[in-house]
Design a protein around this ligand. Structure first.
Ligand code: ZN
Length: 444
């Protein structure tokens, strides 16, 4: 007997309703499965996704940064930064660039229709000390975006071509900074090594003045022919960008899980002779007898101590030389002694010493005054024109001046000026306030 067909009468609206219910069910099931998959296989992506990283390609536009072996720093920085952003985006991490083209931060601000700094228009800021304003603009950009991390990307040069290797810098301003820098440096060494360089504490403006965990990466030395050759290769740049991203992810995961990465080796063991690590401003004044365990370099009444750059790839530090320029004795005023010391510093290291100059030999001293322990030293613009170095070099230059002057009894702070203004020598350190001695930078 044939089955009697069942005829079911339904309203058209009911079919629509059924469709909607089915869609919701499928959606919920998919979301549940996805959630379950993340929980079991990729807790990492839960930690990093949705985070925001400000990536800062150093220099740009009118400020090319350093250059060597056919490479210009601003171009290398931008290319690697764009790669970092793309790789971060793949992990659902937002990458915001302080510039995405060959422009300095002031021109880039004009492009975005932004105002200037401190009531001045951006165009007005492009005056004499515009690099200073460009640094301030960079920091303003970073602090405005409520990001989780800040990474500034640079490339290095050094007068001697033997220096090589990527290096990451941080400031001691907040403990997370060292953790971030160590995480990135570990990956850079792992992926691009061999490289003995460690994450290091430095005074770079963008690190000192940003309000989120921050690190500055020097991706390699343009002045080293082999490293520059590698940096010309797109695959190597991609690998470098990948290492930075891996370091960022490592840091975020460690921070989430409360894991503290080990401090750089030199801070753990005092591996560098006499190196205790960390910054103890004003400690160990040479000739003032306040140095504790610091060995004293005593130049005598006729001499001054000047500091130059270590001459080998393994020596990143300032090295003292004693000079007796003539005309100095126990009775000469502090200003005369300070001036003599600066002239010796500009003259450069002894030929054959193997040490590196820190101040360009064509720079001139415009004035030098000492008042209440503060030395104000004013250089002409030659000190910063075509500056040869990357960020670490600039640290050496600035602190060779500061440490040389604070070696003199009666000077404990140094204000460096360029053409009478608080500018910047190489675009990484803003000389906007007096600096104190940085004893740990000296190799003893
Ligand atoms: Zn740079």
């Amino acid at each position: 007997m044939p089955r009697k067909p069942v005829i079911l009468w339904v309203h058209k609206e009911f079919l629509y309703f059924l469709g909607v219910v089915l869609l919701v069910l499928v959606g919920v099931a998919a979301a549940f499965l996805r959630h379950a998959a993340i929980q079991t296989t990729a807790p990492l992506s839960e930690i990093v996704s949705g985070k925001t990283v400000v990536i800062d390609p150093g220099h740009g536009g009118d400020d090319p940064g350093c250059s060597g072996n056919g490479l210009v720093e601003k171009e290398v920085n931008l290319d690697i930064s764009l790669r970092v952003r793309r790789l971060l985006n793949r992990l659902a991490v937002y990458g915001i660039l302080t510039r995405d083209r060959d422009m300095d931060p002031l021109d880039y601000a004009i492009l975005r229709g932004e105002g200037g700094v401190g009531g001045k228009s951006v165009k007005e800021l492009k005056g004499k000390a515009w690099e200073r304003e460009a640094l301030l603009k960079r920091v303003e950009f970073v602090n405005k975006h409520k990001a989780d991390l800040f990474i500034s990307i640079h490339a290095n040069t050094f007068p001697s071509s033997i220096w090589s290797g990527a290096q990451t810098f941080y400031t001691v301003k907040r403990p997370e900074n060292m953790a971030l820098a160590v995480a990135i440096q570990t990956r850079l060494v792992e992926r691009l090594g061999p490289n003995y360089r460690e994450a290091k504490d430095a005074q770079f403006f963008v690190l000192n003045h940003t309000e989120i965990p921050a690190a500055l990466v020097e991706i390699g030395f343009l002045s080293n022919p082999e490293e520059a050759g590698r940096l010309k290769d797109a695959a190597y740049r991609e690998k470098a960008a990948g290492a930075i991203v891996e370091g960022i992810v490592d840091y975020l995961v460690q921070a989430e899980r409360g894991i503290k990465p080990p401090a750089p080796l030199s801070l753990q063991t005092g591996a560098r002779t006499g190196q205790k690590g960390g910054r103890t401003p004003g400690a160990g004044q040479i000739g003032l007898g306040s140095g504790g365990s610091t060995p004293q370099v005593e130049p005598g009444p006729a001499g001054v101590v000047v500091y130059f750059g270590g001459g080998t790839d393994a020596n990143n530090w300032l090295v003292p030389e004693i000079r007796r320029p003539g005309g100095l004795n126990a009775g000469v005023p502090v200003e005369k002694r300070a001036r003599a010391a600066m002239e010796e510093l500009i003259r450069g290291p002894h030929v054959g010493s193997g040490l590196q100059p820190t101040v360009p030999a064509h720079a001139r001293l415009r004035s030098l005054t000492v008042k209440n322990g503060l030395a104000t030293v004013d250089f002409d613009q030659e000190v910063s024109k075509d500056y040869w170095g990357g960020s670490w070099n600039e640290e050496m230059t600035v602190y060779s001046i500061v440490n040389t002057l604070t070696s003199i009894r009666g000077i404990d702070k140094v204000q460096i000026l360029i053409e009478g203004e608080p500018g910047t020598i190489g675009g990484h350190i803003l000389l906007d306030q007096p600096l104190v001695r940085y004893q740990e930078l000296i190799n003893r």
